[in-house]
Each structure stands twice: as C-alpha cells, then as structure tokens.
Design a protein around this ligand. Structure first.
Ligand code: ADP
Ligand code: F6P
Length: 486
C-alpha cells in the first residue's frame, strides 16, 4: 500500500459498506458528527483514512475517493461486540455523557478493545510515510496514540475527542482509567470540543499519573503533551450552496405546504440516542398541547430520529419508549389528517435535510450532554435569510459558541416549555439579529478553520518537541494544503 504524509484514523470509514457493482463508491454521509465534519476537508486533501467499513468479515477492496485513500480495518463478530458495541458504546459512551444511562463494566470487553486499537495502530503505521502526521479520532481509539508511538516514534501524533471528556469523579469509575489516560496522552496534541475537557484531563493526569501540568500542557514520560479546545464545525459554504439549489427550495416549499402553510413548524434531527434528550422535548411538547398553550391547528412538530447502534442494549428500550410516546401524543392531540407530530425513523440525504432545515420555524436541539451537536450549526447555515429560531441545550458543546440561541436546560421541563413558546413567538427582528450573529460566527469558524487550526497546532507541537527529526517537517505539507483551499 502507498504511504501518506497525513493519515486519519477513525472508527468508521465514511462510506457505505455496499459499494456499487462497478467498484465505484460514493461518500456516504453517515449520520454522525465525525463523518460529517471530516468529509468536508478530506475529499480534496491527499491523505489516507484508516477505518472500519461496516459489517463483519474480511475487509472489502475499496477504491480511492478523489485524493483520499481508504484503508479498511476488518472486524470479526466478537471484535464488533467487545470493542464497538461493548467497551466503546456501552462503557465509554454513557460514562463520557454524564452517565445519563448507567455505563456497563464488563471485564471481557477490555482485551478486545485493546486488541482492536492495536489493529488500527498497526494499519496506520503501515500507511504512514516517515515523519507523517497521524490524526486519531474519538473515544473508540483512545489507546491508539500510545500504541502508535511505540510502533513508530518518528510520527507526529494528534488525537481529537469528538465527545465530552468527563469530570474526574466520573472518569475515576473506569476500571482501566490509567491505561486509557496513558493511551490518549501518547499523542503530541490532544484536542477537545470545550476547554473544560482539557481542564478535566489535566486534573486526572495529576491524580492518576502524578503528572502535574497545566490545562494546555501535561508532562508525560519526558515529553510534553499539548492539550486544548478546538470546537468542531461544519462545511458552512456547502450548506449555503445546498440551500440555494432549486431542488431544495422546491422541496422546502412542498414540505411547508404539506405541513400546513399557516402553522409553526418545530423540527428536531438526531441519531436515535439517549443522550439527545428526545424524551424530554416530547414531554415538553405534549404538556404544551395538554395545557392548551399550543394547538394542533397552529403548530406541528417533525422529529427525525435516524436509527443508530441498534444492537446495543441500552438503545433498544429507547426506540420503543419514543415511538410509544409519539403514538400517545398523536392519539391524544392529533386530528384526522393532522398529526401533532411527524416521526421519521430513517436516514435522509443532505439535500432533504437542508429542505427540512429551511422549513422549520423553530429548531429544537435538547441533548442532555453532547460533544458539539453539528445539527444546531447546520440549521443556522441553512437559514440565509436570517429567519427561524434555534432552541439549544446548554449541555451541547455548541452552546459555548452559539450564545444567541434560545438556550435551555432540558432537565427543566417547565423552563423548556417557556423557552419553546418564547422562541415560537419571538419578534422577527429579534430572530433576525440572533440568526445573523450566529451565522456570522459559524461562517468564520467553519470546518476548514477547525482542521487548519488543529493541524497548525499539531505542527507547532512537533516543532516545539526537543529534537524534531527532519522528516517531521513533511507533516506540515497537509496543513499548508488545507490553508491553500480557503
Ligand atoms: P452525533 O455526532 O452525536 O451524531 P451531531 O449533531 O454532531 O451528532 O451530528 C449528526 C450528523 O448526522 C449531522 O451532520 C446530521 O446532519 C447528520 N444526520 C442526523 N440525522 C440524520 C438523518 N436522518 N439522515 C442523515 N444524516 C443525519
Ligand atoms: O460524534 C460521536 C460519534 O460516536 C462519532 O464518532 C460517530 O461518527 C457518530 O457518533 C455516529 O456513531 P456510530 O459511528 O456509532 O454510528
């Protein structure tokens, strides 16, 4: 396999596992923030993406996508269970999201998690040029930085955590907490969504490893690991262009017509995940109907909840609960041909999502905890006319940046109800001011800015290291390429 000077390592490859019969493959924008974010920058950057192609068994042969090479990592059924469904999504995911569902500690999963992390590290080591920059993504691969450093000390290693990094009192519950900290701190630069995460890591490094450092620099094994916040974003230009396409405009018009021209449309778009606060918002909506503060004749809700992690146990009950509640709300408050809520448990392509965003008067984003929440940013980018209201949980990373949203604590159902009404009835001039400010912000802080800032910081970290091998300078290439695209 040819080697690259920039290698991205992420759990998933961003494409469908059923490539077309002629071998051609297209980007599948899998529903998930990581693929959405990296998709935008990697299509035109010479790089290799190491990841799982979905499914079990031997890795498929995958063609390049533009300048991006794909290096699939095969997973067996037991690996999928122990690594992805088990340790990553039943232990780390709930724990990192404030334990809103109890994390499962199954001793059998750890060895598989470690072995699969080694597999990813070996694949990355194989495709990395001497001195290459490696960018490891997310909680699935938290051991990869250290494993990679052992395999290839010449590499410049970055790690980015897309999900929250929990406070010490939660992280300390992990039976393998020391290994996980050491694994992640094998990187030269560790990036997070919010500054609080870097603070949590500094505290934990002191507690668990005796490494007294600062929120932006932690000494480990004679090296200094840099840490910091790099809030991820979206391809604002792409969403803006998409929103101006005649198909999207017509589709939005049609949706408006179908939903009721005179109605206020509330929209939510999530993976069907217990962290997203779907039940809290359904409760608030249902109580507003019950209290008579809104009526089905003038308000309608659309809830898109794309299926996610359906083999993971904690997700089973959730779907049943949500579908039961949607049925109850429609049963109690709907009228013939006029449901209170439309529920869509299916994936959408980007254009149809853009049309939905354009149709919505109020976008309701109420996660109980979320690393960033790109849906909130996508909505803002899809509203070039500065109309519409964003109701946003203060527990989403996006709340740090989008302070002109109507921010809420989703646990406070009364507060959520009042905020929904406030957003629905806000003065258009106030809405326009808020939306314009948010749009200006995300336009400046788009996905290219995120990647450029992170890779520049990684490059800088490499230069700061005491002895920078000459080869490392090649890693700067990729940073310059990203910069040149702006
Ligand atoms: P997470 O990473 O937890 O899934 P984000 O809000 O950050 O949450 O990212 C979700 C991404 O998935 C967004 O880019 C969004 O557009 C996309 N997405 C969400 N629902 C769907 C859907 N039904 N079909 C296609 N893409 C979706
Ligand atoms: O953003 C968090 C995340 O776990 C991403 O890593 C992932 O792309 C997304 O959610 C979707 O999850 P999954 O890959 O498990 O479908």
């Amino acid at each position: 396999m040819r080697q690259s000077s920039l290698v991205v390592v992420a759990n998933r490859l961003p494409l469908d596992d059923n490539a077309a019969p002629d071998g051609a493959c297209e980007w599948r924008r899998s529903p998930g923030g990581l693929a959405s974010a990296l998709h935008a920058i990697l299509q035109k950057t010479p790089a290799t993406w190491v990841g799982w192609a979905g499914g079990v068994g031997p890795a498929p042969q995958l063609p390049d996508i533009g300048t991006l090479r794909l290096r699939p990592v095969a997973l067996s059924e037991p690996e999928l269970r122990g690594y992805y469904e088990g340790f990553a999504n039943s232990t780390l995911w709930p724990l990192y999201h404030d334990a809103v569902e109890p994390p499962v500690f199954d001793r059998g999963w750890w060895e598989t998690y470690r072995a699969v992390n080694r597999k990813f590290a070996e694949a990355a080591a194989e495709v990395a040029e001497p001195g290459a920059a490696i960018w490891v993504q997310d909680y699935h691969l938290q051991l990869v930085p250290q494993l990679l450093r052992e395999l290839r000390p010449d590499l410049l290693i970055g790690f980015f955590m897309h999900v929250p990094f929990p406070p010490p009192e939660l992280f300390m519950q992990l039976p393998r907490r020391v290994e996980l900290m050491r694994g992640m701190l094998g990187a030269d630069l560790v990036g997070f969504q919010r500054p609080q995460a870097a603070h949590n890591v500094a505290q934990l490094a002191a507690k668990l490893l005796g490494s007294e450092g600062a929120d932006d620099a932690i000494p480990v094994d004679g090296r200094v690991v840099r840490t910091g916040a790099f809030p991820v974003s979206i391809d604002v230009a792409e969403m803006r262009t998409m929103s101006a396409r005649p198909y999207v405009i017509n589709q939005a018009r049609q949706l408006r017509h179908d939903l009721g021209l005179h109605k206020r449309v509330l929209l939510s778009v999530d993976r069907l995940d217990y962290t997203k606060g779907i039940e809290h918002r359904l409760t608030a909506y249902s109580e507003l109907l019950r209290d008579g503060r809104i009526k089905v004749r003038d308000t309608v809700m659309v809830q898109v909840a794309v299926p996610s992690r359906e083999r993971v146990e904690s997700y089973w009950g959730l779907r049943d609960r949500i579908e039961g509640e949607v049925g109850r709300i429609n049963g109690e408050y709907g009228r013939v041909g006029e449901p209170a809520i439309h529920y869509l448990n299916q994936p959408f392509d980007r254009a149809d999502l853009a049309a939905l965003y354009q149709t919505a008067d109020v976008m309701v984003v109420t996660p109980l905890r979320d690393g960033m929440n790109l849906v909130a940013k996508e909505y803002v980018a899809a509203r070039p006319e500065d109309t519409g209201a964003l109701v946003l949980s203060e527990f989403a990373g996006a709340a740090d940046e989008l302070d002109d949203a109507f921010q809420v604590n989703p646990h406070d159902v009364d507060g959520l109800k009042d905020t929904l009404l406030h957003a629905m009835n806000a003065d258009p001039a106030d809405l326009a001011r808020r939306m314009a400010a948010m749009r200006k912000y995300i336009t400046r802080h788009d996905i290219l800015a995120w990647a450029r800032d992170y890779l520049r910081a990684l490059d800088h970290t490499g230069r700061l290291a005491a002895q920078v091998p000459k080869q490392r300078r090649r890693a700067t290439l990729s940073t310059q390429q990203l910069g040149a695209r702006r």
